[in-house]
Design a protein around this ligand. Structure first.
Ligand SMILES: [Zn+2]
Ligand SMILES: [Zn+2]
Length: 263
């Protein structure tokens, strides 16, 4: 049993073969995929992700405005997110957060939009899916201000150090690892992945990005998640089946999205 806790398979990268991608995932034992809405208005990401979730019982979805798209955020965008969040297949709020690496929106805007959505997510009692890149300090500050200790959310595609990871764990967050943990130069990240407790660990592909070794550089897809779990099981000296089972149970606990569909 395996769950991909973060992917973007609603996007145009999968327009040619989306059904085959889902079939390959199913054949590989991936019982659930969380297809993330990002608030990318041109791509209608949230609407497309919901549409996909309606078509497949193995797909959950989320709504929220990504830090890259924070510049779009206004009252009408918020109204649309609040309309979509009522959909029964929406299990989380995100991805939201801060990205100081590319700065598609300026820091002030990102901070304002992140803070606003944290408040809304907590109002809706939804776990948050947090994207944080080169913004550890500010991310932690806002998460601490919005403190809510049970099932707070997930730090997706984790890329920070152990100190930050521990602070997130203390705030009730789960830590999710993606293909970048398999990269040769990711020794600091691997050290974090070795130390995160098994009951707080999630795995993801972030498809179509960040394909793991040995398919690095290709378009990523959920079926490649096994490369990540195999790598983590060796790193953590833990049977792969147990790690996969635990991370899947963590997913269902965090997102309360019920059990895997009947075979
Ligand atoms: Zn992200
Ligand atoms: Zn993402």
């Amino acid at each position: 049993m395996l769950v991909d806790s973060h992917c973007h398979i609603e996007g145009p990268e999968f327009d040619e073969d989306r059904l085959e991608v889902l079939a390959r995932a199913e054949a590989a034992g991936i019982v659930r995929m969380l297809c993330i809405g990002t608030g990318d208005w041109k791509r209608r990401s949230m609407q497309e992700a919901i549409r996909l979730a309606e078509q497949s019982e193995r797909v959950d979805t989320s709504v929220g405005v990504h830090p890259h798209d924070a510049g779009w955020y206004d009252n009408s965008v918020e109204a649309e997110v609040l309309r979509l969040v009522r959909h029964p297949k929406v299990v989380g709020w995100g991805e939201i957060g801060l990205d100081y690496h590319t700065l598609h929106a300026d820091r002030e805007t990102q901070l304002r939009v992140f803070q606003r959505q944290l408040a809304l997510a907590y109002q809706w009692r939804l776990p948050v899916i947090v994207h944080s890149r080169k913004a550890g300090e500010d991310t932690l500050r806002l998460l601490t201000q919005a403190r809510r200790l049970s099932n707070a959310g997930v730090m997706h595609c984790y890329g920070g150090g152990w100190e930050m990871a521990r602070a997130c764990l203390d705030l009730g967050f789960f830590i999710s690892f993606a293909g970048n943990v398999t990269f040769k130069n990711a020794t600091d990240l691997q050290e974090v992945a070795r130390r995160v407790p098994a009951d707080r660990l999630l795995v993801e592909t972030d498809s179509p990005y960040l394909a793991p070794v040995p398919v690095r550089g290709r378009r990523n897809e959920p079926v490649y998640l096994r490369h990540v779990t195999r790598f983590l099981s060796e790193l953590r000296r833990e049977p792969c089946a147990r790690l996969e089972q635990a991370s899947a149970e963590n997913y269902f606990l965090l997102f309360k999205s019920g059990r895997e569909p009947e075979p």
